[in-house]
Design a protein around this ligand. Structure first.
Ligand code: ZN
Length: 670
């Protein structure tokens, strides 16, 4: 699990000073396009700004690589569509043309003709005749014709590739019993079947025992005249044009590195791109993991293997970022006070840890996304992937707060809060404090919650079996819920208004009892550990406080709402529940744990579920989202850069056309 992706349809808050910034740009098919801000960029030194600028150019330079890796026709199709977008002279307002545009935007979004998530081929909702008309009535630009190919031949080659469902139906097939390579459209293998590829790499796996190289990570495996060879991604090898540009910008980055170590990191990456040598790749990763003092950091390379059904070959990706000092300080404050929180925890004193150390969460601000991180974007990074490097040298694990913030802000307009929060005060609290409350909850959960408490002598820790993970999540969540309303939070300066914990309590109960049901299919029970945890806590506290009306269920015009009536009483219940779940864990009480989970966390009220799904359907919220990038504009005097300005474009189509024009370095066909 190297990269984490956000749950969609979360709800959150707003900061008055950025209310004018448009986070949600457009929505089509099952996608929404958003953008993110880069707070803190203006506070960087000129040298740091230049470093961000150069690294961002390196992040954009590899885009074509990903298109080609996903499917061998993707660049040809993209260039065909873009030529029509730019030069078609017919009616551009017709329904057909709008449908053509939706298809084009989907291809840009997925970096190819297969859905970025399901990996299934998707299709334009236009006829092949209309598509042919578009090509013939486009004048001025160029279509990606092969050498000596006529326009007619071109049309008969490209049309079925786009429209025929039997051609390349899946980018990555995982269908058991069928040859995974021959049934996958991804472009990591040519003329090679599954067995040949597996055998090819098996023969190498015995070479280093302690520090195994990631064989096959950065190459295409090709069979020619009966011989299987690797075409390595490197300068002078496969994808040389794009890699040359990446290296050009990395070399510039090295001249403005923040310190000598960071300079070595960049130089080692350049050496890897020049040679394709996987030993150098590991050397680079070891250096990268140790670069913890620099303010600015980046990911750049062939890294994740989800695009290959065999999980050997990596797609190209890049992220440029710098430390989020405010958020990191917030997490550090909580972490530094770990002992105080442990000593005051409402659990039985013998279940408390005598000496506890908080985990310090690192938070970053993303400044640019590229390749497989764009436009669909991770919200956290945990790299490198090589197990032996992680074991011997550690890894970097960070969360990306400006992206989660933008997700939250973009979701404000989707109507979720208005639909599911029952009262104007509740909606206002959510909008004002929801984001900060959510971040504090995550900090308390991650930095303290999981690490708190201890097992009794004789308890091994695996007694709770399949109920272990929802109960563990509930323990960490209850720790966070109990402490987010503690006066200590204000004392530490973590917030200055009680509205923060009220917003958190409202949204937690609302989500646990109602809104998270939007992610469950009709008739299904709850399986996922985090979702079980949330329903467990919300339903159990509702039950415990029922007599005193701590939480109330209301029905209005056929809609169900929940309302927290007594926040302090709810906090006491959270403390009581934390004490019990800690006891269950400390003593390894399987029966009590199972009874709680089975009673509260698994089953779904069918009538309520149907109601919630219908309310959600009417909101028309796109399930998947992605982000366009900011632009960095260097100001120059002669050859010298005197400042770098940041701009926030608003047009998805424009950014995509700009990237294809100015950051495109590969030929259509190899
Ligand atoms: Zn957790």
């Amino acid at each position: 699990m190297a990269i984490l992706y956000s749950d969609s349809n979360q709800t959150a808050s707003i900061e008055p000073q950025v209310a004018e910034f448009r986070f949600l740009l457009e929505q089509f098919a099952d996608l929404k396009i958003m953008r993110y801000r880069v707070p803190g960029f203006d506070l960087l030194t000129l040298k740091q700004k230049m470093l961000v600028y150069y690294l961002s150019q390196a992040a954009l330079a590899g885009r074509d690589i990903l298109f080609d890796q996903n499917y061998k026709y993707n660049l040809a199709i993209r260039r065909t569509l873009e030529n029509i977008v730019e030069n078609y002279k017919g009616d551009r307002n017709s329904d057909d043309f709008q449908r053509f545009m939706v298809y084009t935007k989907r291809v840009w979004f997925s970096n190819g003709i297969h859905h970025h998530y399901s990996k299934d081929k998707f299709f334009p909702e236009i006829s092949t005749e209309y598509f042919e008309t578009l090509i013939r009535e486009t004048q001025g630009g160029e279509f990606p014709l092969r050498n000596g190919q006529t326009l007619d031949e071109f049309i008969s080659e490209i049309t079925p590739v786009i429209f025929d469902p039997s051609i390349a139906p899946k980018a990555v097939s995982q269908e058991a019993g069928k040859d995974l390579l021959l049934n996958s459209a991804c472009n990591f293998y040519e003329g090679v079947n599954e067995k040949e590829a597996v055998d090819f790499y098996k023969s190498m796996s015995h070479i280093e025992v302690d520090t195994p190289l990631s064989y096959g990570l950065n190459s295409k495996l090709v069979k020619k005249n009966g011989v299987i060879t690797e075409e390595v991604y490197k300068i002078g090898g496969l994808y040389s044009g794009a890699i040359g540009q990446i290296v050009f910008w990395l070399n510039k980055s090295a001249t403005v590195a923040e310190n000598q170590h960071q300079q070595k990191v960049i130089e080692s990456l350049v050496k890897y791109y020049e040679t394709g040598d996987l030993t150098t790749w590991d050397e680079y990763n070891v250096l990268w993991v140790k670069d913890v003092d620099s303010h600015i950091d980046f990911v750049n390379g062939f890294i994740e293997v989800y695009g290959d059904p065999l999980g050997i070959k990596a797609t190209w990706e890049s992220i440029v970022n710098f430390k989020d000092l405010v958020a990191t300080r917030r997490a550090e404050t909580i972490s530094l006070n770990a002992q105080w929180f442990e000593d005051h925890s409402p659990v039985n004193p013998e279940f408390r840890k005598a000496v506890v150390k908080g985990v310090s969460a690192k938070v970053i601000t993303v400044a640019q996304l590229g390749g497989d991180c764009y436009p669909s974007t991770p919200i956290g990074i945990n790299l490198p992937n090589a197990d032996w490097v992680r074991k011997e040298h550690g890894s970097k694990s960070v969360s990306i707060e400006n992206i989660t913030y933008a997700y939250d802000q973009a979701s404000l307009g989707n109507g979720m809060i208005e639909e599911f929060a029952g009262f104007p005060e509740e909606i206002a609290l959510a909008k004002k404090y929801g984001n900060l409350a959510g971040n504090l909850h995550t900090d308390l959960h991650e930095c303290l919650g999981h690490g708190s408490g201890q097992l009794m002598p004789g308890t091994r820790g695996d007694e709770l079996k399949n109920y272990g993970s929802p109960l563990e999540e509930a323990r960490a969540d209850l720790f966070a819920l109990y402490y987010i309303a503690d006066p200590k939070m204000m004392e530490l300066g973590l917030y200055d208004n009680e509205g923060v914990y009220r917003a958190e309590y409202n949204s937690y109960i609302r989500n646990g009892l109602i809104t998270q049901l939007t992610r469950i299919e009709p008739g299904k029970t709850i399986e996922q550990a985090h979702m079980r945890c949330r329903q467990l806590i919300a339903a159990w506290s509702y039950d415990l406080g029922k007599e005193n009306g701590v939480i109330e269920k209301l029905f209005r015009e056929g809609k169900t709402y929940v309302k927290v009536n007594d926040y302090q009483a709810l906090r006491s219940l959270f403390g009581q529940m934390l004490a019990e779940i800690q006891r269950i864990k400390s003593e390894g009480d399987f029966n009590a744990g199972r009874n709680l989970v089975e009673k509260y966390a698994v089953r779904v009220d069918q009538v309520l579920h149907a109601e919630v799904l219908e309310r959600f359907r009417r909101l028309n919220v796109a399930p998947y989202g992605g982000f366009i990038n900011p632009v960095f504009i260097p100001e120059k005097e002669g050859e010298n850069i005197t400042d770098v300005e940041i701009g926030y474009p608003e047009e998805y189509t424009e950014q995509m056309l700009d990237y294809s024009k100015n950051h495109s370095f590969l030929p259509t066909y190899k």
